[in-house]
Write a protein that binds this ligand. Structure first.
Ligand code: AMP
Ligand code: ZN
Length: 469
């Protein structure tokens, strides 16, 4: 597997620190509102990366944080007259719902910044002891950027060209810094703000320190992969490297992966000029499986554009796969022959070769666009080689081969047909007869089959009642 590493600006062969295992950290969202479709890009991409590596036999420890203390969260809390925790908990909950609907799996751990303050205080203390940080008069702690000799190695920036354009610097005065490049590790509280005790002042952490600390706690000092959107390369990830490597005295992450940005109608997403969609808004118009398919139809390092036209064409592409699988389901149900013929066995063999090509695409820096093309070719192969005369074994084998690939992409394409009320009533009647004939095994099987399809039976005095679960 080759991965493009932002650190070296090259595609490199992926070699994990520990054979068979991957430690991976993905910077998560700041939770002050519903996530937007741009936030969904790293979620879907790195979830797909994880699924693919698991399919190759790796055990992946996947950590992704929620930034639950931040100026925007505090501002929103003040507007609503509630605690910051009410806002962050609300939007973590909503974010989890969106992730589930996009079939983005839960991380191994989803740490929250506010629950890791002790670790942050420890790391800041270490940085002060080692001379990489200093305390200003008002209790703000700054990182002494020039002391870290490798500063700029990720963003490939020269220290002297840098300006201190840093999100946390907006909060505190520039004047008390030794150098404009220094950035905040800890800052004093302001009136009405959430705060924690620390050796320096009552206050809260800067943004960058949280990821250095959570990555260390849940994955160790050295990790395989650190990932996020490309806007995070500078200053966030550059600062994380400076903090972690200075504090731990070890290299931090071996590979740095960054997704390019998603635009809308070829313009930068912006809430203020209305060029903006939340994932929830999109879910009201489209199946989020279509949205996931759309997101994977471009390479993650290419800037990508969202438009009605493009998502409509993604919907058509996705439907082609879904229809093929649903057609296979129909043929399987009605197949006359069970076992595959020799000719069918040869075709199954041929169908397996698509997986090799799918892997080649994914091994080339997660080229999901090419991987999807391979799925389309497989779908075409299936459609041209199946019909009423096909055997069950052959049809099921083909279906398995499609689902094996779509599962890796996290795409749900096997839509279970909804069982109709009439069919349910007929099965309940059949179960009643089975019980009358003391065939309890059959009666139980009918109950279980219905349950598998989400139908719950209840035996009451007035007879059997049912509902959909
Ligand atoms: P934030 O909540 O702003 O910290 O963003 C959470 C994640 O979403 C980060 O990895 C960002 O880089 C990523 N992100 C934000 N906007 C976009 C966008 N328009 N396209 C792609 N990724 C984005
Ligand atoms: Zn981060």
């Amino acid at each position: 597997m080759k991965i493009y590493n932002t650190l070296t600006r090259r595609k490199e062969e992926f070699v994990p620190l520990v054979p068979g295992k991957i430690s991976m950290y993905v910077c998560g969202p700041t939770v002050y509102g519903m996530i937007h479709i741009g936030n969904a890009r790293p979620m879907i991409i790195f979830d797909t990366f994880r699924r693919y590596m698991e399919s190759r036999g790796y055990e992946v420890n996947f950590v992704s944080n929620f930034t639950d203390v931040d100026d925007k969260i505090i501002k929103k809390a003040n507007e609503e007259g509630v605690d910051a925790g009410v806002i962050s908990e609300r939007y973590i909950e909503e974010c989890r719902k969106d992730m589930k609907a996009m079939n983005v799996r839960e991380a191994t751990t989803h740490p929250k910044a506010t629950e890791e303050i002790d670790g942050m205080i420890d790391m800041i203390s270490t940085l002060i002891e080692k001379g990489f940080a200093y305390v200003a008069e008002d209790g703000t702690v700054y990182y002494r950027t020039r002391k870290f000799k490798d500063y700029g190695k990720l963003s490939h920036k020269n220290l002297d060209d840098l300006r201190g354009g840093n999100r946390s610097l907006l909060v505190t005065g520039e004047d008390q810094k030794d150098d404009p490049l220094d950035f905040v590790l800890w800052k004093p509280k302001k009136e009405g703000e959430i705060f924690w005790q620390s050796p320096w002042c009552e206050g809260r952490p800067g943004w960058h320190i949280e990821c250095s600390v959570m990555s260390k706690k849940y994955l160790g000092e050295e990790i395989d992969i650190h990932a996020g959107g490309e806007d995070l390369i500078f200053p966030h990830h550059e600062n994380e490297i400076a903090q972690s490597e200075a504090a731990n005295g070890k290299p931090f992450a071996k590979y740095w992966m960054h997704n390019a940005f998603l635009n809308i109608d070829n313009r930068k997403m912006s809430k203020s000029d209305g060029n903006f969609f939340t994932v929830r808004e999109i879910s009201e118009k489209y199946d989020l499986q279509v949205f996931r398919f759309f997101m994977l139809s471009a390479h993650y390092r290419s800037p990508f554009n969202f438009s009605e036209e493009l998502i409509q064409s993604a919907a058509n592409g996705y439907e082609r796969i879904v229809n093929t699988v649903s057609n296979l389901n129909f043929l399987i149900k009605n197949a006359k022959e069970d076992a595959a013929s020799d000719a069918e066995k040869a075709l199954l063999e041929e169908a397996s070769s698509f997986k090799e090509r799918f892997r080649d695409a994914m091994d080339d820096d997660l080229n999901t666009a090419d991987a999807i093309s391979v799925i389309f070719e497989l779908v075409k192969f299936v459609n041209t080689n199946t019909g009423d005369a096909s055997s069950k074994e052959f049809l099921s084998g083909l279906k398995d081969r499609i689902l094996e690939l779509t599962d890796i992409l996290g795409l749900i394409v096997d839509k279970k047909e909804e069982i109709l009320d009439d069919e349910i009533e007929a099965l309940i009647e059949a179960r009643k007869n089975a019980r009358k004939n003391k065939d309890f095994a059959l009666a139980d099987r009918i109950r279980q089959d219905l349950l598998d399809q989400g139908i719950v039976l209840e035996d009451t005095r007035e007879g059997v009642k049912w509902h959909r679960s």
